[in-house]
Write a protein that binds this ligand. Structure first.
Ligand code: NDP
Length: 283
């Protein structure tokens, strides 16, 4: 039976470290600030935004939630982003996705000042990750790296297989594992014989958005398995992309859903806000 990587516990430890660092910044007259912008009334987004605001308060980060109506135009949102770009109280800006369909997400994300882009979705920041010189790391893959590190899992020289190639999770995850000297393979929906590739993984990270898709027969004995997936079952329960029951019989380490990668994502947003505040007070 695999060791469970407890995301809640690691997130709590990391948040305590962040709270101490915020305290230290405040002693130097710096209060890190985050603005979270939400457009419309998507219930899931409203929960995420509330959680982010609450998490900021718990570690001493100043935060503002800007709620805009569904009818907000792209121009109005761009002008809000421009105002936040110029607001000295705000070190980090996050625009909650998805946006209403009449707004082009790329236009908005590209308008955020790269040194305030705490989600690390701006092309400048993705480029910096690519060349191995990042200011911020995207929150979910960064959270996975912290979980591996805090669990004492060596990455160098290991075969790391990432299933999923989204800009938010899969691609940056592959870059971070590569930067840590893993030998990385990225799989996607067109990968031939996926099970053969996943069975060759020492570290398997799954981010596809398909409930319980990776089963025990697709995993090597002793592999480390990180389940990024968050899927709602018909009965309303949250489940990952990995079939926990069969995979935990073979893996050496595994993350549960819920209580695995999820709690780390907001924690990394807090860390990026702290980093942004430090950047802004350096110059
Ligand atoms: P996307 O839908 O953007 O990307 C899914 C990726 O999975 C694509 O690259 C797709 O391939 C690949 N894929 C889909 N089906 C298969 C398949 N059968 N075999 C192999 N690859 C497949 O999803 P995200 O990356 O945004 O999210 C992935 C999951 O992670 C979701 O469940 C999401 O809810 C969760 N998530 C969790 C977070 C957390 O904090 N824990 C944060 C962000 C996401 P192709 O490119 O070929 O289409």
């Amino acid at each position: 039976m695999a060791n469970i990587i407890d995301g809640k516990k690691i997130a709590a430890e990391t948040r305590a470290e962040i709270a101490a660092a915020v305290e230290e910044q405040k002693s130097r007259g710096i209060t890190p600030g985050l603005a979270v912008v939400i457009v419309g009334e998507n219930p899931a987004s409203q929960v995420y935004v509330r959680d982010k605001h609450k998490a900021c308060g718990e570690v001493g980060i100043y935060s503002e939630v800007i709620e805009l109506p569904e009818t907000t135009t792209e121009e109005e949102l761009l002008s809000k982003v421009a105002a936040l770009n110029n607001d000295d109280r705000i070190d980090g800006i996050l625009v909650q996705l998805p946006l209403p369909r009449h707004i082009n997400e790329e236009h908005i994300l590209n308008a955020i000042r790269p040194d305030k882009d705490v989600d690390a979705f701006h092309p400048v920041n993705t480029g910096k990750i690519m060349i191995g010189n990042p200011d911020f790391l995207p929150c979910t893959p960064a959270g996975v790296m912290v979980m591996l590190e805090k669990s004492g899992i060596e990455i160098a020289g290991k075969h790391c297989v990432v299933v999923g190639r989204s800009n938010i999770v899969g691609k940056p995850m592959a870059m971070l594992l590569l930067a840590a000297n893993g030998t990385v393979t990225v799989c996607h929906s067109k990968t031939r014989d996926l099970a053969e590739v996943t069975r060759s993984a020492d570290i398997l990270v799954v981010a596809i958005g398909r409930a319980d898709f990776i089963t025990g027969d697709m995993v090597k004995e002793g592999a480390v398995v990180i389940d990024v997936g968050m899927n709602r079952r018909a009965d309303g329960k949250l489940t990952g992309d990995v079939d926990f029951a069969s995979v935990s019989e073979k893996a050496s380490y595994i993350t549960p859903v819920p209580g695995g990668v999820g709690p780390m994502t907001i924690t990394m947003l807090l860390r990026n806000t702290l980093t942004a505040a430090e950047l802004h007070h350096k110059s």
